[in-house]
Design a protein around this ligand. Structure first.
Ligand code: DX5
Ligand code: ZN
Length: 220
């Protein structure tokens, strides 16, 4: 069943960093629900984005929750630091965690929602024994590292299969899709059970970003 109220999370990675405050205020005033904040370490992914001082600056002006996506190795070292700069949802990659169960519970004990991101090649069957403990699964629609990449179309089937897994366990976990979201892919993903849509290039590359957010919201 399509959702009535899909959460839209614009990805700050595609914002204008020289005018970040303007873009934050645009999101504040838009129909988006969350800020998606991408942290890249140049090791887990072949790119480096930004760290604590920038997230702290975003938090200062953001009036909506920060959904922080860690594309970093060994994220356990920094969970408390991300809480301190305002993360409400903290997502780690399954591929970067040796003891994922421990990491998820550490995030929750710090008072954040715990997310697990899954690369395009990673099977969601790996989440079967943990799904009831996770607040959000982030399915990557692209190989992480860069905004503006082409959507990998198998993500739609993966989303539907994940929805089936969540329902079979009566889990309360949200499905987030990150990468390659546009009006067309959003329609298919919402029909397949997506709850949260991250959008970088589609929003910040648009002539009217507020309208682009409203257009995505109208699909949901
Ligand atoms: C990719 C990031 C995404 C990215 C999405 O590594 O995790 O959040 O910003 O960008 P678009 O929506 O442009 O594909
Ligand atoms: Zn992301």
């Amino acid at each position: 069943m399509p959702h009535q109220n899909t959460i839209i999370a614009p990805s700050i990675l595609s914002a204008d960093f020289a005018n970040l405050k303007n873009d934050i205020e645009m999101v504040n005033q838009s129909q988006a629900e969350w800020f998606h904040v991408d942290v890249m370490d140049g090791v887990f992914v072949p790119n480096i984005s930004f760290g604590f001082p920038v997230i702290k600056a975003i938090q200062k002006y953001a009036t909506k929750p920060l959904d922080v996506h860690l594309m970093i190795v060994d994220p356990d070292r920094y969970l408390a630091d991300f809480k301190a700069v305002g993360a409400e949802v903290l997502t780690v990659h399954i591929e970067a965690c040796t003891h994922l169960h421990r990491t998820i519970h550490a995030i929750k004990e710090l008072g954040m929602k715990a997310g697990v991101a899954v690369n395009p090649h990673t099977s969601i069957s790996l989440l079967e024994d943990l799904i009831e403990d996770i607040d959000l699964v982030c399915l990557m629609g692209v190989n992480p590292g860069f905004g503006g990449q082409k959507f990998i179309k198998q993500t739609v089937q993966k989303c539907a299969a994940l929805k089936t897994l969540i329902n079979s366990k009566q889990a309360a976990c949200l499905i987030e899709i990150d990468g390659g979201v546009n009006e067309q892919t959003a329609k298919e993903l919402i029909a397949a059970g997506a709850d949260v849509l991250v959008a970088g290039n589609y929003v910040f590359g648009a002539a009217n970003p507020t309208q682009a957010i409203a257009d995505l919201k109208a699909i949901s």
